[in-house]
Design a protein around this ligand. Structure first.
Ligand SMILES: Cc1ncc(COP(=O)(O)O)c(C=O)c1O
Length: 438
């Protein structure tokens, strides 16, 4: 297995220039300076080739520069780049129709388009307040919903995101996420852990901290992303839905990372048999062109003209890229994510048997997390090992990123094929073996 000589001289020169003029707040995971990409492969400016198993953090759903997406952007660019959300255009309407057709609701869906995940979350927060006339919210520990002042109030994955930024938006209380691998709460005999978390919300949060009549919505990731690719215990969502219905609280499913086909279904919430009231989407929705969408049941997106808006809403380039992306996911990548995802999970389970520090392998479709542990019994996370594996993977030509305290994530483009997975897994196992020996 070949170790790359990266970063090379061209990459080093760009990194040096970057350090002088780009905000130092950006966390960088590796010295990868991109030149170009095709599908699941990317090349740096010195000609080093990598397999991309992170896809710009679950963004390049259709792979790098898919010709159909590129063509759709070019065709649109030849016509016009912008007209502002004060006027109409057909791409915007077409995309909203497509989102309506795939939204996980039993009634029609209406969409508000923006430019990023955090904006889609901000719109959901405002919509929930506007629709219910209530101001409070419940979120979850370990969650990531963005970094603007409203979404940041919900984000609870790392303290650094909040350090120096208080006061945030008021009125958000956090519950434990229903992580069955590392449960925070003790259960009664026979009580499923997801139901236990919902009981915590009802007894401790609604019962002691914030009365239900003040709670507009519960914001939840259907599978936690930055928090560690954590899949909730099965009883959680049905119990949460029932609680929301009982107290007229809205359920917002943040699908920014888990949505758009990544888990083998259009929306990750569909794995859990419940309907949310609002979903937020971004990342994979337009294959890399910035686009956010807040998609709500028609009966809920009832706010009046002027209540919310933006200059770039429905940006034609982003809409064109998104329509092409949805076409491709519908044609084959949804099925591919489910099929190749299952293959990858099975292969990782097999690799895990040979490596005692590999803890839980979890996920759905092509959203897969591998937790590293010091000890299988205590399940204490092995952050140093995870971090070292991340460093070495880069040196061996595989782009991957960590998430949560001790997890590596697999989030390749949805077009990834079995040969690429096999190649990536060979590198992965080689690196795990090297780190075990260190
Ligand atoms: C679940 C979730 N919500 C919201 C966001 C914020 O998205 P953005 O970085 O586009 O603002 C992210 C980003 O990682 C995310 O994973």
């Amino acid at each position: 297995m070949r170790r790359l000589n990266a970063p090379g001289p061209k990459a080093k020169a760009i990194i040096e220039r970057d350090a002088k003029v780009v905000s130092p707040s950006y966390p960088r995971v590796a010295d990868f300076v991109m030149d170009h990409g095709k599908g699941t492969e990317v090349w740096d400016v010195d000609g080093n080739r990598y397999l991309d198993f992170i896809a710009g953090i679950a963004v390049n759903a259709t792979g790098h520069s898919h010709p159909k997406v590129v063509q759709a952007i070019k065709d649109q660019a030849d016509k016009f780049l912008h007209i502002s959300s004060d006027y109409y255009h057909s791409q915007w309407v077409t995309l909203s129709e497509r989102l309506n057709s795939i939204a996980p609701f039993n009634e029609d869906a209406v969409s508000f388009l923006s430019n990023s995940g955090t904006e889609s979350v901000e719109a959901a927060i405002k919509l929930a307040r506007n629709h219910t006339g209530r101001t409070g919210f419940i979120g979850f520990l370990g969650a990531f919903h963005g970094r603007t002042m409203g979404s940041l109030a919900f984000t609870a994955s790392k303290a650094v995101y909040k350090n120096g930024f208080f006061p945030l938006m008021n009125g958000v209380i956090h519950a434990p996420y229903p992580d069955p691998y590392r449960p925070m709460l003790t259960t009664r005999p026979g009580e499923a852990y997801g139901k236990r978390v919902v009981r915590y919300i009802e007894e401790e949060i609604l019962g002691r901290l914030m009365p239900p009549g003040d709670v507009a919505a519960i914001m939840v990731e259907p599978i936690q992303g930055e928090g560690g690719y954590v899949v909730p215990e099965a009883s959680f969502f049905p119990a949460l839905r029932e609680l929301c219905d009982r107290y007229d609280i809205l359920m917002i499913s943040d699908e920014v990372q888990a949505g758009m086909g990544r888990t083998g279904k259009w929306w990750a919430i569909e794995h859990f048999g419940v309907e949310p009231d609002i979903i937020t989407s971004a990342k994979g929705i337009a294959s890399g062109v910035p686009l956010g969408a807040t998609i709500a049941k028609k009966s809920i997106m009832s706010w009046p003209e002027g209540a919310h808006g933006n200059t770039y809403g429905g940006n034609p380039l982003a809409c064109a890229a998104s329509i092409a992306t949805i076409d491709l996911i519908e044609e084959s990548y949804l099925e591919n994510a489910a099929k190749i995802g299952e293959y990858t999970m099975d292969a990782l389970e097999e690799i895990k048997m040979r490596h005692p520090n590999m803890g839980e392998v979890r996920g759905r479709g092509l959203m897969i997390g591998i937790d590293f542990v010091k000890n299988h019994e205590t399940r204490e996370g092995h952050k140093q090992m995870r971090d070292r594996i991340g460093e070495l993977l880069f040196e061996y030509g595989l782009l991957m990123m960590g998430c949560g305290p001790s997890t590596m994530r697999f989030a390749p483009p949805l077009c990834v094929d079995q040969d690429e997975i096999d190649e990536g897994l060979q590198i992965f196992e080689h690196v795990v073996t090297l780190v075990e020996k260190e």
